[in-house]
Unconditional design. Structure first.
Length: 306
């Protein structure tokens, strides 16, 4: 009788522990707003935690656009929520911006910026390291990570994913939504033909004058050229049919084709999606649904890779 009682007690305890485990794994959805990952006012993120998450739940870092000089994470709240509802932890981040003081003055002021693309990549690295330290608390994977962004955010996403700050290749897959693939040029005269304000922003963002002597600096800020060196990871590029940004002419179709060719030549898993009838912001009805569905399908496959 004593053995039977002991067995029943152990069975009850086992059942209770199992129920508690199930309860812990059935976490409700939650959103943590304006989580600081640094001391600067811009170093904040919104964390979208899906229901039922656990330590195997994949993570997406989402980077807003704005030409490296503007933009805010609030512009991607809907996309972040939608991705979280599809089963991802989403880190919707702000980051420090390139200073454009004087760019719109007449005459335009030519001066460097304290914040450059390299600093923005440092911010992404800090986000990743901070979030990994919270992985047990937030209940999410430390290995199944992806990064994506829109416009300049897409360029930053690719630069981070392909670069040496992606230590241990924690980020396994990258998405580019309408971002630039290269700032490289064959001769400085090409930059001289560009709107001076755009050339000034590039100078401030990259931190080097657009001269022939500085070609490598512009190539180093170009996902195309980094991929050409063999450092790319699985990538989905999503380009709107009408990819004009501001008054910049749209030559992105040919550039996306060249980028895709490089990824294929390097045996990098990739997908190029054209969104018909869409503008740069995917603002027409249903376009963001297409973007997110394509992204989730690609990410779900490639975050599983080692």
């Amino acid at each position: 009788m004593k053995k039977s009682y002991t067995y029943l007690l152990l069975a009850f305890l086992s059942f209770s522990i199992a129920c508690k485990k199930d309860k812990d794994e059935s976490l409700s959805a939650d959103t943590l707003m304006d989580v600081s990952y640094g001391n600067d006012i811009k170093q904040k993120m919104d964390v979208y935690l899906p229901a039922g998450r656990d330590i195997s739940t994949p993570v997406i870092v989402l980077v807003h656009g704005g030409g490296f000089v503007a933009g805010d994470k609030s512009e991607f709240s809907n996309q972040s929520r939608a991705l979280s509802e599809k089963g991802f932890v989403v880190l919707n981040i702000n980051y420090r911006l390139v200073d454009i003081s004087g760019v719109l003055e007449n005459p335009m002021v030519h001066q460097p910026s304290n914040i450059k693309i390299s600093d923005q990549l440092n911010d992404i690295q800090t986000v990743v390291e901070f979030a990994v330290s919270k992985s047990s608390e937030w209940q999410m994977s430390t290995e199944k990570w992806a990064i994506t962004g829109h416009s300049a955010g897409g360029t930053l996403a690719l630069l981070y994913a392909y670069g040496n700050k992606n230590t241990g290749k924690r980020i396994k897959v990258a998405g580019n939504w309408a971002g630039a693939t290269t700032f490289g040029f064959n001769d400085e005269s090409e930059i001289a033909a560009v709107d001076p304000r755009i050339a000034e922003v590039l100078y401030r963002a990259i931190g080097a004058e657009a001269t022939n002597q500085n070609k490598l600096a512009y190539m180093a800020a170009s996902p195309f050229w980094i991929a050409y060196q063999g450092n790319a990871i699985a990538t989905i590029n999503i380009r709107p049919e009408f990819n004009e940004a501001g008054n910049m002419p749209d030559g992105s179709f040919a550039l996306y084709q060249q980028f895709t060719n490089v990824l294929v030549s390097k045996n990098v898993p990739n997908k190029w999606v054209e969104v018909p009838g869409s503008d740069h912001g995917f603002s027409q009805p249903g376009k963001w649904d297409l973007v997110l569905n394509e992204t989730v399908e690609f990410f779900s496959t490639n975050t599983q890779q080692n």
